[in-house]
Design a protein around this ligand. Structure first.
Ligand code: TUI
Length: 314
């Protein structure tokens, strides 16, 4: 049985976070992951405080374990959502797409563990300085909004730069990935893409089918011109965006292409206008399973890989 400092920090059985994915990670998926021994995380995406309060309370009816909320810092409701997280005493708050320094004291005073996603050593150091409990070092193999570095170089450089625990994310989908993350110095992992095909994940079946069908080269990064690169599956939407991105299209028109596209994928299964976010590991995600089956399989595979590793030594 693998236990790390992350299990103590967050009150979880396995050192596995489920990524906070916009229009994907709701109370039902989060509760299923927490009940399976990981940390389930509800995505606040660009929704208001009332929505996130309802989701937190729904999750509380579905599990007695800890719950996380992911705050997307570009959200227009970020202040509102930050206050609700403190009021509801959410056990763990993770953040993405920005610097959460302004909210850390509020969350710490409410007893939350604060664990920001960082794409660089510089932000990791800043997070340690402002009192974060740990960081998630997320490489560009992941789906959604990404930084410049890949997981393999990012994680050990972050580990060397700070003294708080580091969780690895980006490109991890099975026990080999978890074992590799431990070898890089991480005390846990965050997994997103694999949970897209969890039975408790309520996204449109077309989304799940695209992930199940995906191969190693099925993702593409768009949005660099606007300063927020996003990795998603190659679909009519993302191919069209990529084609238009470096034409004489205005920034406003390019921005407009993105509006509502995540929702169109996850909720409507829109084949033309949906942005189907997934990481590079999608090619390895070939089965629908319950969250508990996924986590049990990943952790027992991790144990096997780590036990076998001693055979490499003479
Ligand atoms: O945030 C994510 N993944 C996301 S957010 C999202 S919604 C969105 N849609 C379009 C454009 C932007 C967002 C979809 N997927 N992952 C965590 C993450 N955070 N990746 C990269 C970062 C990040 C980038 C810059 C974190 C901090 C940061 O710092 C900038 C600063 O202020 O120092």
């Amino acid at each position: 049985m693998i236990r790390t400092a992350l299990c103590e920090l967050c009150g979880i059985r396995y050192p596995v976070f489920q990524g906070g994915m916009a229009h994907v990670s709701d109370a039902k998926l989060a509760a299923a992951v927490t009940n399976a021994g990981g940390l389930g995380i509800i995505s606040a995406m660009s929704r208001d405080g009332a929505y996130i309060r309802e989701q937190i309370r729904l999750a509380r009816t579905l599990t007695d374990g800890p719950i996380g909320v992911n705050v997307m810092l570009m959200s227009p409701f970020v202040g509102d959502v930050a206050a609700v997280i403190a009021e509801e005493h959410v056990e763990v708050v993770t953040t993405g797409a920005g610097d959460p320094s302004a909210h850390v004291t509020l969350w710490k005073n409410a007893g939350c563990r604060v664990i920001p996603v960082v794409p660089s050593v510089a932000l990791a150091k800043r997070m340690e300085r402002v009192g974060a409990d740990a960081v998630i070092a997320e490489g560009g193999e992941s789906g959604g909004h990404i930084g410049e570095l890949a997981t393999m170089p990012l994680v050990p450089q972050v580990v060397d730069a700070i003294s708080i625990p580091v969780i690895a994310a980006g490109g991890i989908g099975d026990g080999r990935g978890v074992a590799a993350a431990f070898m890089l110095g991480a005390v846990g992992v965050q997994i997103g893409t694999r949970f897209l095909t969890a039975k408790e994940c309520g996204i449109h079946q077309h989304y799940k089918d695209l992930v199940l069908k995906a191969g190693d080269t099925s993702t593409i990064v768009t949005g660099r011109r606007l300063g927020h690169p996003v990795r998603s599956l190659k679909t009519p939407y993302s191919r069209n965006y990529a084609k238009q991105e470096y034409t004489d299209i205005s920034a406003e028109d390019l921005e407009a292409l993105g509006v509502g596209s995540l929702r169109k994928a996850a909720v409507d299964g829109d084949e033309k206008e949906g942005c189907y976010i997934a990481g590079q590991i999608a090619g390895m995600v070939n089965r629908e399973q319950t969250a508990a089956e996924m986590i049990e399989e990943i952790m027992s595979q991790t144990e096997q890989v780590l036990a076998n590793a001693v055979n490499f030594m003479g």
